[in-house]
Design a binder for this molecule. Structure first.
Ligand SMILES: C[S@@+](CC[C@H](N)C(=O)[O-])C[C@H]1O[C@@H](n2cnc3c(N)ncnc32)[C@H](O)[C@@H]1O
Ligand SMILES: [Zn+2]
Length: 269
């Protein structure tokens, strides 16, 4: 199987040579022992440890282990299987919770390749160690290490959107599935820190893509207080939660929390 990576330094195709990928210009990248490849050139690193740090990755993994987001994982898998993809790229894949589920589901279709890309080395290390059915790389999704039009399906779950790169990466008529918070996502938790909780709107079509469908999936679930701490650590408003808020949360053993997601399907127009 030929991997679809291109050199992040010169954009030539990368070829596998034992435990490395090399381009014609002799740029070489080695696979880590966990099985992922680091394709983030040092000069593209804006900080020493870009992306989610280890603590955030561990919180996410601990939360996913509770199965509260299984219904979202299943909805993503169902949609992507419908596309009958040949190459799926999960952009900002984190520790691979959705990526590996997609890979499991499409594994019957022989030559489908599933890639997970994230700028966080901690996240990709965790992902590659656990999930062997996905090609994981450390790279920026602003400038991904793939050829033009490499992906017929792209997935973005709660990750930053870089419109130009999405357009470059997408095959003609390629599909893009963006998962974003639904209107009342985590409403009850936000009430601890905001007087007036703003409702989320669905995302708009990135440049060059046409909206095909917005699906809203929503459940109210009872979540244990100690699990809620992990859930909060996964959110952009985690920094707003102070000890006093955690004390309030821990006054009860569990809380009813709304979990709400938009699954927005786009097609390259
Ligand atoms: C909220 S997390 C979502 C992770 C995963 N999709 C999930 O839902 O479990 C956002 C992810 O985007 C990654 N990220 C942020 N900026 C990035 C960039 N420029 N390139 C690649 N990944 C990036 C972070 O490291 C983090 O893992
Ligand atoms: Zn090169």
């Amino acid at each position: 199987m030929t991997l679809l990576y291109q050199c992040p330094l010169c954009s030539m195709a990368l070829e596998q040579q034992k435990q490395s990928l090399c381009c014609e210009n002799r740029h070489q990248f080695d696979f880590a022992k966990e099985g992922y490849i680091n394709l983030l050139p040092v000069q593209n690193k804006k900080s020493k440890q870009p992306g989610d740090n280890l603590q955030m990755v561990q919180a996410r993994r601990a939360f996913f282990a509770t199965d509260h987001y299984l219904f979202l994982q299943q909805a993503i898998v169902d949609l992507i299987c419908r596309y009958q993809p040949k190459c799926v790229i999960d952009l900002g894949c984190g520790e691979g919770f959705y990526t590996h589920a997609v890979a499991n589901a499409v594994s019957q279709q022989d030559d489908t390749q599933i890639y997970g890309v994230d700028i966080s080395k901690s996240a990709v290390k965790y992902a590659a160690k656990r999930y062997k059915n996905v090609h994981f790389s450390v790279a920026s999704i602003k400038q991904t290490p793939f050829a033009d039009r490499a992906a017929d399906v792209m997935l973005s779950v709660f990750a930053p959107i870089f419109e130009n790169e999405l357009y470059r990466l997408s095959a003609n008529n390629g599909k893009l599935l963006i998962v974003s918070p639904g209107p009342k996502h985590l409403f009850e938790l936000k009430q601890f820190i905001y007087d007036d909780v703003q409702l989320h709107e669905p995302v708009t079509a990135p440049k060059g893509f046409v909206l095909k469908n917005h699906t809203l999936i929503e459940q109210k679930q009872t979540i244990e207080a100690k699990v809620i701490e992990h859930l909060i650590q996964m959110t952009p408003f985690a920094w707003k939660f102070k000890d006093v808020h955690y004390q309030l949360i821990n006054e009860r053993t569990s809380h009813e929390v709304t979990l709400s997601f938009y699954l927005s399907e786009f097609e390259k127009g």
